[in-house]
Write a protein that binds this ligand. Structure first.
Ligand code: ADP
Ligand code: MG
Length: 422
């Protein structure tokens, strides 16, 4: 089926899936997003959250079962100089992957050396290759064709399953797949696009969004692009203080984006004039300082003293938001309700996570987007009960903004168009 004359492709249209190829004995290059957080010093690095590695497993298991010869690649962090290498090595990732897959993961120090070409033909079952951090190669972030050419020379089939990196036009995301006829996506990308696409195309109503996080300005585009579809807006996090301040309410020394006050005021008007609902926090957990908070108290809106700042939504707001979520059929959550990294200010975000888990268990749909929101959902213990937690961070938000992701566009196989007859 064609997408229709004059219409651009969207979603997964024109994109093949890993299941469309015969993988037996083929050299299959899989680009993953194994950019996981780590702690510790070089030589003794420890992965603190392996969600992204676990999210890659279904595609890898499938490819291994089908007898593919695998070369995997990922970036990690933002290495700038060769001195950064020990800090950003994929060694801990290789070890964790090996544990999860029950196989030997051979780390290739130099992706542009002859090593992959030499090793691929003699690779045994239960052995896979992992290229060292692709950002160690200068060409990666420059979308260089040289790097793409080298990898293409030993690749039969290209699979992108790096959803979290697909908003970047980098060499292993964009230039490389364009060189390979047999290209497609893995199961993670498929799941991400199906779930995020459902929010954009046909969410079951009522559709509610929980917005929070650090800044209004980070979320303006998503709000604008989804505005018409959403019935109810719940606001929390630092963002809420810009909305409260926009209504002339005192917010103490809470974080306010002064240049977004008129946007916030206008948004409230637009939402209400369409007969939709926007709720702001009715109480807050406040403290005297962001970095070293003491004097932690709960107060109602608008009684935040001048020398205090709001760091989480309060218990009344939690209960109010829980009830609203209970009434919805679809919920999209982006942005923590407070400084959830500290247990004193995590209850608001964990309360939302619990409400989203309950909703999904009762037949509703709950989707979480944004890196910190996903981390909050994981930390809450309710992550596995939600419909979908996007591993995408920035990529999921850009997708919901309606932007085209280079990593998806490079996979599309556009059939020759037939001239319309009049
Ligand atoms: P996401 O990554 O999910 O899109 P953001 O990056 O927008 O989310 O926001 C996450 C950050 O917002 C967290 O680090 C959290 O500590 C911070 N935050 C949430 N509420 C507040 C608040 N009331 N004051 C200051 N920072 C906040
Ligand atoms: Mg963030």
């Amino acid at each position: 089926m064609s997408a229709g004359f004059g219409k651009s492709f969207s979603g997964l249209q024109g994109i093949k899936s890993i299941e469309d190829f015969d993988l037996k004995d083929q050299k299959v290059f899989i680009r993953l997003d194994l950019n996981v957080p780590m702690k510790g010093e070089p030589g003794n690095l420890e992965i603190t959250d392996d969600t992204r590695i676990r999210a890659a497993i279904p595609t890898l298991k499938y490819a291994m079962e089908k007898g593919a010869k695998l070369v995997l690649a990922s970036h990690l962090g933002r290495p700038e100089t060769p001195e950064d290498r020990p800090k950003y090595t994929l060694e801990p990732v290789a070890a964790r992957l090996g544990e999860l897959l029950g196989c030997e993961v051979i780390l290739i120090e130099e992706p542009t050396s002859d090593a992959p070409k030499a090793l691929l033909p003699v690779l045994k079952p239960k052995q896979i290759l992992l290229l060292e951090n692709v950002r160690f190669e200068k060409g990666e972030t420059k979308n260089a064709s040289e790097l793409a050419n080298v990898i293409a020379s030993y690749t039969d089939i290209y699979i992108n399953d790096a959803f979290g990196a697909s908003h970047r036009a980098h060499s292993t995301i964009d230039a490389l797949p364009r060189l390979i006829a047999k290209r497609g996506c893995g199961f993670l990308i498929k799941k991400e696009i199906e779930n995020l696409g459902m929010l954009m195309d046909g969410p079951k109503k009522p559709f509610l969004t929980v917005m929070g996080g650090a800044k209004v300005s980070d979320k303006i585009k998503v709000i604008e692009s989804m505005m018409e579809k959403i019935d109810t807006f719940l606001v929390g996090g630092a963002m809420a203080y810009t909305f409260l301040a926009a209504q002339g309410l005192g917010v103490g020394k809470s974080r306010v984006e002064k240049d977004k006050l008129s946007f916030a005021r206008d948004l409230i008007k637009r939402i209400e004039s369409r007969g939709k609902k926007i709720l702001l926090p009715i109480d807050h957990i406040i403290a005297d300082d962001f970095l070293a908070p003491t004097k932690i108290e709960t107060v109602d809106t608008p009684s935040i003293p001048e020398d205090r700042l709001g760091l989480d939504i309060g218990p009344k707001t939690r209960e109010l938001y829980r009830k609203e979520i209970e009434r919805a059929k679809t919920v999209f959550w982006n942005g923590p309700m407070g400084v959830f990294e500290r247990p004193e200010f995590a209850k608001g975000s964990f309360g939302i996570a619990e409400a989203l888990a309950t909703l999904a268990q009762n037949g509703g749909v709950s989707v979480v987007g944004g890196g910190d929101s996903a981390a909050a959902a994981e930390a809450s213990g309710f992550a596995d009960k939600m419909t979908h937690i996007s591993t995408g961070g920035g990529a999921s938000l850009e997708y919901l903004e309606g932007a085209k992701l280079p990593g998806l566009e490079a996979l599309r196989i556009v059939r020759e168009s037939v001239a319309p007859t009049f």
